[in-house]
Design a binder for this molecule. Structure first.
Ligand SMILES: C[S@@+](CC[C@H](N)C(=O)[O-])C[C@H]1O[C@@H](n2cnc3c(N)ncnc32)[C@H](O)[C@@H]1O
Length: 339
């Protein structure tokens, strides 16, 4: 019985008023996820039974459930009876394309306090996160294990494994060095697909430790070297494919060039750099790349770059781009060779 707003033309002030409160729908979806509502609503449930199951108050839960309906992830087929819609299935933790952990992550206080400083970012081009927390985003994570664990798990669950494996072939490769490879989700997938390959993971120590467990579970430990450390320090030289997945988009131009030059210094003429990252283009069907660009900016002082901007950055760091497989709205794959 969801009553969807009628689509006839409405005055601008009503549309903008709606716009200015749309973020609340996202926050409500985070609350529903953190309560475990998606799993409980695979079949229609009355709000009283639902509230008991997810440890919430029935009256407290109703506005959040109705916000979920407005967002399109829930439906209310009868008064105060709710069910997950087709769109809402990706909120389930066990869905193959689950965005559950990303929903939990983006609803965090750390993100809200960052947004509270967005005006400062616009005025100065500095990230808002350090104003709220006194240190840059990745330094904060080193000191906040609980947030870091959620971030790392959310990154692992959203790693662009399918894009990389369908957009790039490692057939002729010998050894992949995954630089800033998180908990190793991407490297594990590559090594599993290509049993002849060896791999090295370069990551900050607190993340690298958790990656060891991921490699062990996947049975690839004997082909992986874990190098705990910073990608601002010298990069291991024994690879022939150097992967930077969702890394360059986290840094401003000066730091990105430093990272790229560090990788370039480790490479021989026949080696290749593989960048995985969101590359906004006219082919995008959603506003997600624009919205992610904002996140990168206020959290990290970084920007998403289109292909031309990547080309400039790569040339400055001593690379010649050799091509891109573009995945609209999602992570593209760019290859470059030493210039
Ligand atoms: C957005 S995540 C991407 C993780 C992974 N490559 C992926 O695509 O899922 C960025 C990663 O960079 C790592 N990182 C940040 N600063 C680093 C540094 N100085 N040295 C090595 N890794 C770093 C973070 O720990 C994080 O895992």
């Amino acid at each position: 019985m969801t009553t969807s707003p009628r689509s006839e033309t409405v005055p601008g002030w009503l549309r903008v008023r709606e716009l200015m409160t749309t973020g609340l729908l996202a926050q409500a979806v985070t609350v529903l996820c953190d309560l475990g509502v998606p799993e409980a609503l695979i079949t229609p449930r009355d709000v009283v039974a639902l509230a008991k199951e997810v440890d919430a108050d029935p009256e407290g839960l109703v506005p959040f459930l109705r916000a979920g309906c407005a967002a399109g992830v829930l439906d209310e087929p009868e008064p105060k009876v709710f069910v997950l819609t087709e769109l809402g299935q990706v909120l389930r933790a066990d869905h193959p394309e689950s965005v559950r952990l990303l929903c939990s992550l983006t609803g965090r206080e750390e993100f809200h306090r960052t947004w509270a400083n967005a005006l400062h970012s616009a005025r100065t081009a500095e990230p808002g996160f350090p104003i709220a927390y006194g240190k840059p985003f990745f330094d904060y994570m080193k000191a906040t294990p609980e947030f870091a664990a959620l971030f790392d798990r959310a990154m692992a669950s959203s790693a662009a494994v399918d894009n990389l494996l369908s957009g790039y072939s490692f057939d002729g490769a010998r050894h992949v060095v995954d630089v800033g490879g998180g908990r190793g989700a991407m490297l594990t997938a590559i090594l599993t697909r290509y049993p002849h390959l060896r791999g090295t993971l370069v990551e900050l120590p607190h993340v690298a430790e958790a990656a060891r467990e991921v490699f062990a579970k996947a049975g690839v430990t004997d082909r992986v070297t874990v190098v705990p450390g910073s990608f601002f320090d010298p990069i291991p030289e024994d690879g022939d494919r150097y992967l930077l997945s969702r890394v360059v988009g986290n840094w401003n131009d000066a730091d990105s060039v430093r990272i790229l030059r560090g990788v370039r210094a480790a490479m021989d003429a026949d080696d290749r750099l593989v960048i995985v990252g969101n590359v906004p283009s006219g082919n995008d069907r959603t506003n997600y790349p624009r919205q992610l660009d904002l996140y990168m900016f206020v959290l990290l002082g970084a920007r998403l770059r289109d292909y031309d901007e990547y080309e400039v950055l790569l040339r400055e760091a001593g690379f010649t781009p050799t091509g891109m497989t573009n995945f609209p709205d999602s992570e593209s794959v760019i290859e470059a060779m030493p210039a």
